[in-house]
Design a protein around this ligand. Structure first.
Ligand SMILES: [Zn+2]
Length: 63
């Protein structure tokens, strides 16, 4: 399953795996990013393709 194009302009919430702090970013950002820095615990979190799929899927299921 490819990363859905329909979420490009949608704000998607995901959580830091270390401290569970929620981060909200647009789908377009998520699709291209390889890692991000948690604003709370400052951990550099890697986001692989599988992680992105899981985040997108979770968001789609919530609607
Ligand atoms: Zn964190």
């Amino acid at each position: 399953m490819p990363l859905s194009d329909e979420l490009r302009d949608v704000a998607i919430e995901f959580h830091c795996p270390v401290c569970s702090y929620p981060t909200v970013r647009k789908g377009s950002w998520l699709r291209t990013v390889g890692s991000f820095k948690c604003e709370s615990c400052e951990t550099k979190v890697r986001i692989g393709y599988e992680d992105k799929l899981a985040i997108f899927e979770r968001h789609l299921r919530k609607r």
